[in-house]
Ligand binder design. Sequence first.
Ligand code: APR
Length: 228
Amino acid sequence: MKPKIVVFTGAGVSAESGLKTFRDMGGLWHEHRLEDVASPEGWRRDPATVLRFYNERRLGVLAASPNAAHAAIARLEDKFEVTIVTQNIDDLHERAGSTRVLHVHGEILKARSSADESRIYPMRGPLIELGDLCELGSQLRPDVVWFGENVRFLREAAQHFAEADKVLAIGTSLTVWPAAGLVDYAPAAAERVFVSPDLQDVPDDYRFLRGTAVETVPGLVEQWLAQA
Ligand code: APR
């Protein structure tokens, strides 16, 4: 039995791949009102604007590459049983080689029926346009969890945290619930590390490792692999 690691990531882990975060300066929520582009109300009001917002982000994800932090996290699987619980909707962890990724806020590279959330489709191309319909005849939407919608894999994710020997949290402001609450499921015996370049609220009993993901995660991973 390999020791278990949970890696909990937010937008910060993809920042050095060129993808914007939400709440840093110049972030997405400084450019857009989240009510307009990431809520069911915004979708009902103006679906074209919502589709355009995610089409732009999807093109950015397709043009981006995993960074050294994503690659280091994937290497952990050599000696650990790794579960990634990510708030991110990009596929950079998967493209770096990680094999178990729980996207609690959905995935931008999948489309979904707006009439039946269980009908999820791989994207045929990079864009979803008005008039792209599911087999029920309803407009397709990004398979992304909007504010006010149900977060996914929460119980399963909490269980992985509760069984973890190590928890590594990277690049999240811990401002969006219930995902943010997952960090508290780590057991007292687990080694807990929190990576961020900014001084911010670090969860109780997490060691604060200050720096960007690319500056800090590869070195920490090499340490853990050498000790395993
Ligand atoms: N390396 C590591 N961390 C970084 C880097 C970097 N290069 N750059 C920024 N950060 C940190 C910031 O300090 C901040 O703590 O990443 C965090 C980004 O916070 P947010 O922009 O709030 O992103 P996130 O925590 O993932 O947001 C959670 O909010 O809008 C919703 O659904 C959306 O999943 C998202 C959720």
